[in-house]
Design a protein around this ligand. Structure first.
Ligand SMILES: *[C@@H]1O[C@H](CO)[C@@H](O)[C@H](O)[C@H]1NC(C)=O
Length: 452
């Protein structure tokens, strides 16, 4: 393994000597300034990097947005004259027979070779390189090498920590966990500018083990809903939107939902182990067992590895008669329909369990944008930076608590509290990304005058 990695490094060194990458020496802000945005993930499922790209492009920066094209990206990205998409080739996926420990390094080497070729040679140099972290491997290494060799400012946008995610999926004692922690904390310091998703995260990054020095600018940029997420406040408009979403497969629920006899619950998940979907399933089972349970249609949106596993589990619970009055459907919706669904729903459920304790779930931000109050898992430090208990949502930590909150809010006597929470959600969703961005990143990158 060490031999293989040394070979790759040697190859990179020779390539560097032969093909010496050009350096950036133009202006660093204003119209036409070239900016690379790198996300080692699906662009369509990277809303925050999408919004960064749109904001920079709106202020006249020329953006190259680099990432995987798996689901369809935000429509504005595709048509914006100042944004060019640079799709990355999908890395080979792991056959089930190959162990993770063997496969992961092969995939990483593939990514290193392709990314360094792309960033160091194929693309012209840029004034700024904005990278999303995580994934940290190999992004942080390639990005810091690129910014050093090509004279670009490196902005790291910290969404979370790669090593805490790895620790929650592979177990804290997995050999990669401590290795990736050292890697991430060391290379993280090489960014010249830092963005974080919460204030709590910014505080943490200044302290050990991250220890980002005080002279490097760091600002928290809270996620904000995109313009596409808007509340639907008139009943007629809601009925029309419901009709669009439920056609044709959910027609039978339309009347019950319109009359309020049935409640519409929405949850979106990436079907990964850092969201314990079984928590919602067990809560819905407990809820269904109540004699006074108001019928629920629970729509679970999203794509991901554990979906089939849970589809089978749901089927089994239905067969056993454990979900009377609760109908659960899993689906994947295009962006517009998803936004519409959030605006029509009665309650959003979020199962995000922060592995770092200091990130926040984007889906709750979007729910607020659509004026949808939430019931969210709340057992982590930064939770209160987004969900205000009893104002725009409610928190829970166990399946019993979730079932209890659902019972309280969905029964007819809960109507007033639900209305109150909805008001809070609409209020919270009013502040939008453009405002947030202009006041933070826009100033940091010099697109917005300090004095304005
Ligand atoms: C694209 O960038 C130019 C300047 O480079 C700017 O004048 C124009 O408004 C931008 N286009 C859009 C649609 O934002």
């Amino acid at each position: 393994m060490a031999g293989l990695i040394s070979l790759v490094l040697l190859g990179l060194l020779i390539a560097y000597i032969v093909l010496k990458p050009s350096r950036y020496n133009g202006h660093t802000t204003g119209k036409g300034v070239p900016i690379h945005i790198l996300v080692l993930g699906d662009i369509g499922r990277s809303p925050r990097m999408t919004y960064h790209a749109l904001s920079i492009a709106k202020h006249g920066g020329k953006v190259k947005l680099i990432g995987y094209l798996e689901t369809s990206p935000h429509p504005d990205i595709l048509t914006h004259p100042n944004i060019t998409l640079i799709p990355l080739p999908t890395p080979p996926s792991r056959p089930p027979s190959v162990p993770f420990l063997l496969f992961a390094p092969i995939k990483v080497i593939f990514q290193i070779l392709h990314l360094s070729y792309l960033l160091l040679y194929l693309l012209p140099p840029s004034a700024w390189l904005l990278v999303q972290n995580p994934p940290s491997i190999p992004t942080l290494a390639i990005a810091s090498l690129t910014s050093y060799l090509r004279n670009s400012h490196l902005i790291i946008d910290w969404h979370n920590y790669g090593w805490t995610i790895l620790s929650s999926t592979r177990g804290p004692s997995h050999p990669f966990v401590s290795l990736s922690k050292i890697y991430e904390t060391y290379l993280g310091r090489l960014g010249s500018h830092h963005l974080t998703v919460t204030n709590a995260m910014a505080r943490q990054l200044r302290a050990a083990p991250y220890s980002i020095p005080p002279h490097k600018p760091m600002i928290s940029v809270h996620d904000r809903p995109a313009a596409i997420f808007q509340p639907i406040l008139s009943p007629d408009a809601r009925n029309e939107a419901l009709d669009k979403i439920l056609f044709p497969s959910g027609r039978e629920y339309y009347r019950a939902l319109v009359s309020g006899k049935m409640k519409l619950l929405v949850s979106s998940t990436s079907w990964t182990p850092d969201e314990d979907f079984s928590l919602l399933l067990s809560a819905l089972t407990m809820y269904a067992a109540r004699p006074d349970a108001v019928p629920i249609l629970a729509l679970i949106t999203g794509k991901g590895p554990q979906k089939e596993y849970y589809d089978d589990k749901i089927d089994a619970l239905v067969k056993e008669g454990k979900l009377p009055n609760v109908r659960i459907a899993t689906l994947f919706l295009p962006f517009e329909d998803y936004a519409r669904l959030l605006a029509c729903a009665d309650l959003g459920v979020c199962l995000h369990m922060s592995s770092s304790g200091v990130d926040l779930p984007m889906k709750v931000v979007d729910m607020f944008g659509a004026g949808l109050p939430v019931v969210a898992y709340g057992g982590y430090e930064s939770f209160g930076e987004l969900v205000k208990e009893g104002v725009n949502g409610r928190g829970f930590e166990t399946g019993e608590e979730l079932a209890g909150v659902l019972g309280e809010l969905l029964k007819p006597e809960g109507e007033n509290e639900l209305k109150h929470l909805k008001k809070g959600a609409v209020e919270e969703g009013r502040r939008r990304w453009d405002e947030e961005w202009d006041g933070t990143v826009g100033r940091l990158m010099g697109f917005i005058e300090e004095s304005s």
